[in-house]
Design a protein around this ligand. Structure first.
Ligand SMILES: [Zn+2]
Length: 445
């Protein structure tokens, strides 16, 4: 399992932005998933809705659209052998969204804690289910769901109807056709769920319960899928390589060596297997042993920003922040997405050099990062340290206040905002930001 403690200081971090849902932040995987979802959303006419992607740190297979965001479990990426398999599931979820099948769900979301319901749909466990079932409206709707047994009942309450499943399948095939992709992967995934031999029993249950898979649905889906001229079409090789690299990273963080070896059993010396090995060595061994492994990969793909980013992480662990800063800077320059995560890593490495001459640049990079990505609360933590090292204590306190604020710790945020105000010029924009935090209403527990 990926644990927040292991991930807190790495490129691949679990954020505490939501208390119920363990979110994974990673520039490489986020860019890949965005490339999977964007063409599908455009084909569905939803391209202008600015639907975001959230990676959920869970081994189980799930994907879920709530109207504003697409949630994808890292386990779903890990279990999908090709991009096409997960793209098919995204297309199906988009079909539910475009078809307005979520009206009932929206009703439920209005009444319950949104994150709690989403957590339940994603199969994230009883703690979250308990939070939702304490809501009397939900308990009533489910016919008096008792805590504990509530999870399954709740999920079936929120499950799609058979007619909606058929409609979502048809829409999905339409989007895949429009984007020149095969529906074979979707069929493969759903056949796997429908078969008794599903990979890990309970792990796929949450998706299976919310998306009923009777035999005739699979049969209809297969007929439609085979009618497409794209049925035998494969994913572009470059996309498959990126998919394998993302799976290698997830496996290294969550499953360990055995998982990497299992995924790449047919290509044990391929790029994915070696990337997984380099990351695993960095996480669990001596970072100095990981360095030559990542260097070989950089030599093979000198323009891959994420190999450079990983080298930066390895150098940080090897207590070489100056070297890490050089790598992160190159990664940021190579990154076509301009991920704020990579910029913040660059800023963090500059800050960690402890060299006063680097602090201005560190603050610049970290500020640019948190402005674009304020919910990544760790970014404010690094910014607070950089301000502290450059002697700007008021701004350091304010950044700490923001770190707590975006992590949902409002009381702690207010303490630091109050202290920041004593050190900031009254009425200045920063002082006013502190006042906003002080004025935040605290939610009742
Ligand atoms: Zn469905």
């Amino acid at each position: 399992m990926i644990s927040a403690a292991v991930l807190a200081s790495s490129a691949f971090t679990a954020s505490a932005q939501s208390r119920s849902i363990p979110i994974v932040r990673d520039a490489e995987i986020e860019a890949l998933v965005t490339d999977y979802t964007t063409p599908i959303l455009n084909a569905a006419g939803l391209g202008n809705r600015r639907i975001g992607t959230v990676l959920v740190n869970s081994q189980s297979f799930n994907a879920f659209v709530d109207g504003r965001r697409i949630f994808i479990n890292t386990g779903a990426l890990l279990q999908s052998e090709t991009p096409n398999e997960i793209i098919g599931v995204i297309a199906h979820e988009t079909g539910h969204l475009a078809g307005g099948h979520q009206d009932r769900l929206r009703e439920q979301l209005k009444q319950a804690k949104t994150m709690a319901v989403i957590g339940m749909l994603l199969g994230l466990g009883a703690g979250i289910a308990g939070a939702a079932t304490r809501n009397s409206a939900i308990a009533g709707a489910g016919g008096g769901i008792a805590a504990g047994g509530g999870e399954v009942a709740m999920r079936s309450l929120l499950s799609y109807q058979r007619s909606e499943e058929a409609a979502a399948d048809r829409s999905a095939i339409n989007y895949l056709n429009k984007t020149g992709q095969s529906a074979k992967g979707m069929l493969t995934t759903f056949e796997r769920f429908a078969s008794a031999l599903s990979i890990s029993g309970t792990q796929v249950d949450s998706y299976r319960i919310s998306h009923p898979l009777p035999r005739d649905r699979i049969a209809n889906l297969e007929t439609l899928a085979r009618q497409s001229p794209n049925f035998e079409k494969k994913d572009p090789e470059s996309l498959q390589v990126r998919h394998d690299l993302a799976r290698a990273k997830i496996a290294a963080y969550s499953g360990g060596l055995g998982s990497i070896q299992r995924i790449f059993r047919n290509n044990p010396r391929g790029l994915g297997a070696r990337y997984g090995d380099a990351i695993y060595t960095y996480l669990n061994g001596n970072p100095r042993n990981a360095l030559p492994k990542i260097d070989v990969l950089i030599k093979e793909q000198p323009k891959n920003p994420y190999f450079r980013e990983m080298k930066g992480e390895i150098l940080l662990k090897a207590n070489n922040p100056a070297g890490a800063a050089t790598e992160f800077k190159q990664a940021a320059a190579l990154d076509p997405r301009k991920s704020s995560l990579i910029r913040m890593s660059y800023g963090r490495a500059l800050m960690l050099t402890g060299n006063k001459a680097n602090m201005e640049a560190a603050i610049r990079e970290l500020k640019a990062g948190v402005v674009r990505d304020p919910e990544f609360s760790e970014g404010y933590g690094y910014l607070a340290q950089a301000y502290g090292q450059s002697g700007q204590m008021g701004l350091s306190d304010l950044a700490t206040a923001d770190q707590h604020y975006y992590a949902g710790r409002i009381n702690e945020a207010k303490i630091f905002a109050t202290r920041a105000q004593t050190r900031l010029k009254s009425g200045s924009p920063d002082w006013l930001r502190a006042q906003d935090i002080i004025n935040t209403k605290t939610k009742k527990k």
